[in-house]
Design a protein around this ligand. Structure first.
Ligand code: GDP
Ligand code: CA
Length: 339
């Protein structure tokens, strides 16, 4: 089986770790099934250059989480970190100081910057880092959405004046408290999908959208030229998981992001962002969105599930439910084609 997933940082990584756990259980019960191959298309809109180093927060969160090196409580960064380098940089007066980088994490950014500086495309750098974290042995290929450097900027209004700041400055420094006017992704219209990205969407059995931020994670990947068309055109069902529980994001500021683009802060609002390609949608048990098909002509199938990834097992159940829905929709299609 082939699975392709689009992913941001923490929400995406926890879902994918659950998916791997689910597949472990599945292969233990269904012997003889060929091993599943998962291709993850990661958001690089969050990328930022700090202290001369290229930092890819979402990609690194996936590497650390799947590789067993993540700081569990934070959901990002490395476990058992020290901060000597950041302390010394602060003593030097180096800025910014609002972005936390631990010593082990710094090594990733130094190595990545060294390879990029030699002219290696980001996708090859990510492949090197993936090997460090054992992703190939897990059956996972992690691809950045593009090798072209892109950066999400947020247009904010302060003291009656509009200015664009880097997404990380808005998110981390201001905790998304500055009202956002809009998001602008520098470089995105000129970007090309990284090698393998479009094929991974076209030639797969199921596409999964983890509960990643619909605007600044999934939404950015959808903006890479060709990605949205590939999703519209793929024969594989596309199944997503709502990031909202009780009408609010489980963590982070997805509500502020949705407000900024004028979309209702609800699972139905988020599904509307994907309506031209979404086939299955998991919403929380208490979600007001009705189960089944919103209308006879709708392609969308809505199911209610517990959406909280409070443990790896809970994430495995959620990922298993998303995969099962995808496989069922796939069978339905196949039987309709042969009927
Ligand atoms: P980021 O890049 O680190 O912000 O992570 P993502 O974009 O991948 O995911 C962030 C989104 O995941 C947020 O909008 C959260 O609401 C959502 N999220 C986080 N934990 C959970 C969870 O346990 N269940 C669900 N359904 N969504 C979650
Ligand atoms: Ca992110």
């Amino acid at each position: 089986m082939r699975i392709t997933a689009l992913a941001g940082g923490v929400g995406g990584a926890r879902f994918l770790r659950g998916l791997l756990r689910h597949l472990e259980h599945r292969s233990a019960t269904a012997s003889g099934e060929a091993p599943t191959r998962i291709t993850v298309i990661g958001n690089t809109g969050d990328d930022i250059t700090l202290f001369g180093l290229r930092v890819c927060p979402d990609i690194d969160t996936i590497l650390y989480t799947l590789g067993g090196g993540v700081h569990e409580g934070q959901g990002w960064g490395r476990a058992d970190e020290t901060h000597s380098l950041a302390t010394e940089l602060a003593a030097l007066g180096a800025t910014p100081q609002w972005f936390t980088l631990g010593d082990k994490d710094f090594a990733t950014h130094v190595y990545r910057s060294q390879l990029l500086g030699r002219g290696m495309p980001l996708s090859q750098v990510v492949s090197r880092l993936s090997a460090r974290w054992g992703l190939p042995d897990l059956g996972v290929t992690l691809l950045p959405m593009t090798d072209t450097p892109v950066e999400t900027h947020v247009v904010v209004e302060e003291d009656g004046e509009q200015r664009a700041i880097h997404f990380q400055e808005w998110w981390v420094r201001h905790q998304a408290a500055l009202p956002a006017e809009r998001f602008v992704v520098a470089g995105l219209d000129q970007a090309t999908a990284a090698p393998g990205v479009l094929d991974a969407i076209r030639e797969t059995d199921v596409v999964l959208l983890p509960p990643s931020n619909p605007v600044v994670s999934i939404g950015i990947i959808l903006g890479v030229p060709g990605v949205r068309d590939a999703l519209r055109g793929t024969r594989a069902p596309v199944v997503g998981v709502s990031p909202l529980v009780g009408g609010r994001p489980v963590r982070g500021h997805a509500d502020a992001c949705l407000r900024a683009i004028g979309v209702e802060e609800s699972s139905a609002g988020v599904a509307g962002l994907y309506e031209d390609f979404l086939d299955g949608w998991l919403v929380d048990e208490q979600d007001p969105m009705p189960a089944g098909r919103p209308s006879a002509r709708s392609r969308l199938e809505v199911e209610h599930r517990p959406l909280l990834m409070s443990s790896v097992d809970a994430a495995a159940d959620l990922a298993g439910a998303a995969l099962d829905l995808g496989l069922r929709l796939r069978e339905d299609r196949a039987s309709r084609v042969t009927a």
